[in-house]
Design a protein around this ligand. Sequence first.
Ligand code: 6R9
Length: 641
Amino acid sequence: MDEEKGILPTGEYYTPHMNRYREVYERSLREPEKFWSEQAQVLDWFRTWDRVLDDSNPPFYRWFVNGKLNVSYNCLDRHLKQHRRNKAAYIWVAENGEEKIVTYDGLYRRVNNFARALQDLGIRRGDRVVIYLPMILEAPVAMLACARIGAVFSFVFAGFGAQALADRIKDSEATMVITADGGFRNGKIVELKKTVDEALEMTSTVRTVVVVKRTGHEVNMEEGRDVWWHDVVKDGMNYVEPEWMDANDPLFILYTSGTTGKPKGALHGNGGYSVWVANTLRWAFDPQEDDRWWCAADIGWITGHSYIVFAPLILGLTSIMYEGSITYPAPDRLWEIVERYRVNILYTSPTAIRTLMRYGEKYPKMHDLSSLKTLGTVGEPINPAAWKWYYENIGGSRCPIIDTYWQTETGGFMISPQLGLGLVPLKPGSATFPMPGVDPVVVDESGRELPPEQKGYIIYRRPWPGMFLTLYRDPERFKKVYFERFPGNYFCGDYCVKDKDGYYWLLGRADEVLNVSGHRLGTIEVEDALISYKEVAEAAVFGRPDPVKGEVIVAFVVIKDEFAHDRDVVQRIRKRIREDLGPIYVPEEIHVVTKLPKTRSGKIMRRVVKAVALGQLPGDISTLEDSASVEEIKTAIEEFR
Ligand code: 6R9
C-alpha cells in the first residue's frame, strides 16, 4: 500500500485514473440539461419530459417536467423483454439458512398479484400505505405494487416501536398497514403484529391491515380490519396495468430524524429519484450483468429503499437479500453468505465492519471470499483502522472500498469513489469526490467558502435529480430546515473538510442528530418520549462517541419526587423506550440527577450536559442558572465509570 498516494487496487478490471471521472463530472455541471437527458435513458418513459429542470420556484425544484413513467414497469416489465425473465432478481436468505430465489418473472407475477389485491381492498392512486415488514420478499413486492398503482408507501423500519409507528401513520394519514405476524432476529420472534395493534389504538385512519404469515405464531386478527396476505392475494397471474405517473408525483415518504420535534417525512418522486439511484449505483459500483450485488442494509432505511429495491431492479441486477442479524448464529454470518452465493459486491456499514472486526480474522479466514471484487460502506464516517481491516481481510487487498456519503433526503450517493467512471486513488476515511451533477462547497458560519484543510459545513449549490421533493405536508419546514441557513443552497447538517487534493472528508453531524450504528436518530425523539413518562420531570439526551457503534445514546433524567425512592424506575423507563420507540433508541446509559443545567429562561442546556459528561470544557456557561447542576453531572459520571 502506498500511503502517500492512496491505494490503487490493481488488475485489469479497473481504470485507475481520474481523467474519465473529471471529464464526465465537468460536463455534468457545464451542460446539465443535456447531461441529464442522456442519463434519464436508464429508464423507459411512457412520455418524454418537456423540460429537464424547472427551477422557477426554488427550493421546489422539479426534474423531467411532465415526463410520465412507472417505476414498477421499469423494475420488472421491461426486463422480461430483455432476456432477464429467468434471471434471479433476489436470492433471499433467512437467518436459519432457508433460501428462496425469485426471478424477474416471478417478482413480476407477485407484484401484479399483490397490486390487484391492493386495488380489491380499495387502495387508489395517491393513497398512503404504511409498510412495516421484516426483510422478507413481501417487502419489495409491497413497495413495487404500491408504485405500480400509484399509491404512496411509507416504510417503517421493523425495529421501531408502537409510538414511532403511530406517529408515522398519523402524519401520513395512511389507510392501510402491511405487516407480518412477526419477524426473526437472533433466533427469536420479533412481535410485529402486536406492535401494529398497539399503534392503531393511537391512530384513526387505518381501515385495513394486511398480515403476512411469517413466523406462524398466534396473533390477534381483528374482524373487519385485519386480513391475511395469502387470503387477499389471488393465485395465478393477475395483470395490473401500470399507472402513468408524473415524474414529480410522489413515490414514497420516508421519515427521518431531525433536530426538532417529530420525524420529518422526506417525500421522493418517481422520475428524478429513479434516474438518480440507478445512475449513482452504476457510477459508484459499476455492477456487471452477471454480478451478485449484496446491499446488507435493512429495507426500512433509505439505503435499502434505493439500493436493495429500486436501483438494482432498474438495472436488472441480481441481489442478495438477508433477513437476520450479522452475528447470528455466529460472527461469520456475512462471510458464510459471501462464500455460499459467491457474492461479487458487498455493501455494508462501518459499524458492521467494526463489530465483526472485534471477533478477529479467524472468522473471515474460515471462508473463501475470492468472489468479491468490490466493497462498499455507508451510513457514517469509516475510521482508517476499520477501512484497512475490511480492505485486507475481506477484500484480500484486491477490492476497492467505495465509501458512499449521502442521506435520506438526497435519495442516492452524493460523494463517493466511482468505479464506473474511472477509480480515483483511495484515501481511507475519505468519500473522495462528488457524483456527476453534485456541486458541493465547504463553508464557514457565514457561508464563505473555506480554503482546503479547514473544517466547515458542506452545502450544495445546485439541485440534483435525486433530491427529495419536499417534507410531506410541511413545505415551510422543508424551506426552513434545509434552505434558510445558507440561502439558495441545500444544507445537509454535516461537517466536512476538503483536503489539498480536493478530497472530501465527511466528519459527522453538525447538529443534534445522532448516528448510532449508522442509523440516524434524533436526540429530541428520545427526550420527548422520556418526558412523556409520568416518572420523568426533565431529560437531556446526547450521543457519546463509541469505538464500535460510532455513537451511543446517553440520557440524564430528573425523576419526579414521588418516584424518587422507586428503585425500578430506570428499568421501567428502559422498557418503555424499547416498546415505544424501538430497541435502537434505548439509551446505553441513563443517569438520574436532581437538576439539569438550564439557562435563566429555563431552557435545558444539552450542550453543557454533554460537554461535562464527556469531560470536555462546557464552553460558554454565562447563561447558566445554577452551577451545582454541573457538579452533579460530574459526580454521576464518576460514579458510573
Ligand atoms: C444513507 C444514510 C445520513 C447521515 C449523513 C451523515 C451520515 C452517511 C456517510 C455518512 C460519513 C459516509 N453518513 N454516509 N458520514 N461518511 N459515507 O445513511 O442516510 O440515515 O439519512 O443518514 O449519515 O451524517 O448526514 P441517513
